[in-house]
Design a protein around this ligand. Structure first.
Ligand code: PEP
Ligand code: MG
Length: 325
């Protein structure tokens, strides 16, 4: 298997009937940029900036952040890197920031990510400056986690734009900036008509989204078998989002673990999603699946299945995948 994945590393992630997909990787540390060459991925679709905060003994200053971001951009070269602003708080407490420690009963639904960033604006401003300066002369791609309503995106973006203006009064700044939203909270899906005209891309975080759709804690092993990424509820939900985004001309990427499983990625292609950011080890298996897939056949199959969902979608799709190589 490993030899098989190595053999297709340099080949395009295109289906048998010519659908071009993009396979990017999820990353969080400077070293992770090396996985781009090792896997042949198209870029970093999710750079989890909070990793640096979690592994540091003290709050990383603007310089330390700048260094990391510049290093990652240098290593990626021409390949795009999507930086996600910090998703801290909740269960990702920082020992050196006592005031964000959270004893909430449901930290996943608590004061975390953008909710925290919009109130701790000094933190967010420092990160914005570090990102903007690190991307001097190149494209900066940034996205915000755990948006529940469009105004949160607008506030975060306005904060960034103010920093961009400040930097550009003094030097060149990024050549271009792309702003994205993460869809992780179901309420945002209801407001896409307001959000889509304002964003350059939409990134679906299926880890959080699934737990909120099913009201099932993603960290509780007793629930791990209870909800399934291939359930019709999720696929229908994502299909609706993909259609709306595509009608608005906004690219969609799935950056949760769902996209890193070949069968799930196949189903996602079936509902019209063809951009993935996945764990590096999944690039080979997903690319192998893509290259053996007939995209129009899976689209037809998934449409049929979603019209009259079988009890065990996983089994039906698994059997289909076996029959179709
Ligand atoms: C997600 O929720 O799917 C996601 C990509 O973000 P994280 O796993 O870092 O919460
Ligand atoms: Mg998330």
């Amino acid at each position: 298997r490993r030899a098989e994945y190595a053999a297709i590393r340099g080949l395009p992630a295109v289906t048998r009937d010519g659908l071009q997909t993009t396979l990017m990787v999820n990353a969080g540390l400077a070293e992770d940029a090396a996985t781009l060459d090792a896997t042949g991925a198209d870029g970093i679709g999710l750079f989890r900036t909070e990793f640096q905060f979690l592994v540091s003994a003290a709050l990383p200053g603007r310089d330390a952040q700048f260094k990391l971001y510049r290093q990652v951009l240098d290593a990626a070269g021409e390949r795009p890197v999507v930086f996600r602003t910090v998703d801290i708080g909740g269960d990702k407490a920082l020992p050196y920031l006592n005031d964000i420690r959270d004893e909430a009963e449901n930290p996943a639904m608590g004061w975390r990510a953008l909710r925290l960033s919009l109130e701790r604006t000094a933190l967010m401003k420092a990160q914005a400056r570090a990102l903007i300066e690190a991307a001097e002369g190149r494209t900066l791609r940034v996205m915000f986690p755990m948006i529940s309503e469009p105004w949160e995106y607008e506030e975060a973006r306005a904060l960034f734009e103010a920093q961009v203006e400040w930097v550009r009064e003094r030097r060149q700044g990024p050549s271009r900036i792309e702003y994205g939203a993460m869809l992780e909270v179901p309420s945002l899906a209801e407001m896409l008509d307001q959000l889509l005209p304002r964003i350059d891309f939409l990134s679906i975080g299926t880890n959080d989204l699934t737990q909120f759709l099913f009201a099932a804690d993603r960290a509780d092993p007793r629930l791990a078998l209870r909800y399934d990424w291939l359930s019709p509820a999720i696929l229908r939900f994502l299909r609706r989002v993909a259609r709306e985004a595509s009608a608005a001309g906004v690219p969609v990427r799935v950056c949760g673990e769902m996209g890193g499983r070949p069968l799930e990625a196949m189903a996602l292609i079936g509902i019209g999603i063809s951009n993935f950011s996945i764990t590096p080890a999944a690039v080979g298996p997903v690319k192998a699946m893509v290259r053996s897939l007939d995209a129009s056949a899976i689209r037809t199959k998934v449409e049929q299945l979603l019209a009259r969902p079988p009890r065990d979608m996983r089994k039906v799709l698994g059997d289909w995948a076996k029959r179709h190589g």
